[in-house]
Design a protein around this ligand. Structure first.
Ligand SMILES: C[S@@+](CC[C@H](N)C(=O)[O-])C[C@H]1O[C@@H](n2cnc3c(N)ncnc32)[C@H](O)[C@@H]1O
Length: 196
């Protein structure tokens, strides 16, 4: 596994730059208001994924950014009720992610799972439930990593923290603007807990 790690995201002259311990590896120049969209960069995995799952595929942005950073051979399985565009490397299933992830739907485990399930500005409330977190855990490979994107610090309340910690260990938390991306590992794995 590579040792490249995300360190920071900055903006210079309208271009968003993703910094790693290997230097700046990617810059994007969104056409309009970038501030609310930086979370896409935060969801790029800190390693090259073998099997990537994205619950909430949308435009496939995170999968495409992952390829820009880790190579074109990365393929993603996307699940979304309302797919807007797909990239050729990706397989996309048009289904409710909460039904799809139930036991028995996925036959192989994933080493990187992106959870980006939104209705407008609101995260799907079913994300913070025992059923969904338990299903996520059973689809994650032993060394795998989950990232969950949500908006609003109030969702990191004690109740949700305790719920998450029943299933996972918090590895790191990244915030940008009002977006939070929380990274989770299996409880027995070593965590690198940090907030920035
Ligand atoms: C913020 S967008 C995802 C952006 C995407 N990750 C990307 O990289 O472009 C949120 C997505 O969640 C999807 N979504 C919301 N509820 C869902 C559900 N129950 N099952 C599957 N997809 C859902 C929406 O259709 C929308 O495309």
């Amino acid at each position: 596994m590579s040792t490249i790690k995300h360190e920071n995201v900055t903006c210079k002259g309208g271009t968003v730059l993703l910094h790693t311990n290997a230097g700046i590896v990617h810059g994007v120049k969104p056409a309009e208001s970038w501030a609310g969209y930086l979370y896409w960069l935060l969801q790029v995995p800190p390693f090259k994924p073998n099997r990537m799952l994205m619950l909430g595929y949308g435009l496939g942005t995170v999968a495409e950014l992952t390829r820009k950073i880790w190579g074109n051979d990365v393929a993603c399985l996307g699940i979304d009720v309302e797919v807007l565009e797909t990239y050729p490397q990706d397989t996309v299933v048009r289904e409710d992610a909460f039904y799809w992830i139930k036991d028995g739907k996925a036959f192989d485990k994933f080493d990187y799972i992106v959870v980006d399930l939104f209705k407008g500005r609101n995260v799907e409330p079913r994300v913070f439930t025992d059923e969904f977190l338990g299903n996520l855990k059973s689809n994650l490979s032993p060394e795998g990593l989950v990232s969950i994107h949500f908006i609003g610090a109030e969702l990191m309340n004690q109740e949700n923290k305790e719920l998450i910690e029943k299933y996972f260990k918090v590895d790191r938390i990244k915030t940008v603007d009002t977006s939070w991306v929380i990274f989770l590992k299996h409880s027995e794995n070593k965590a690198e807990y940090s907030i920035n």
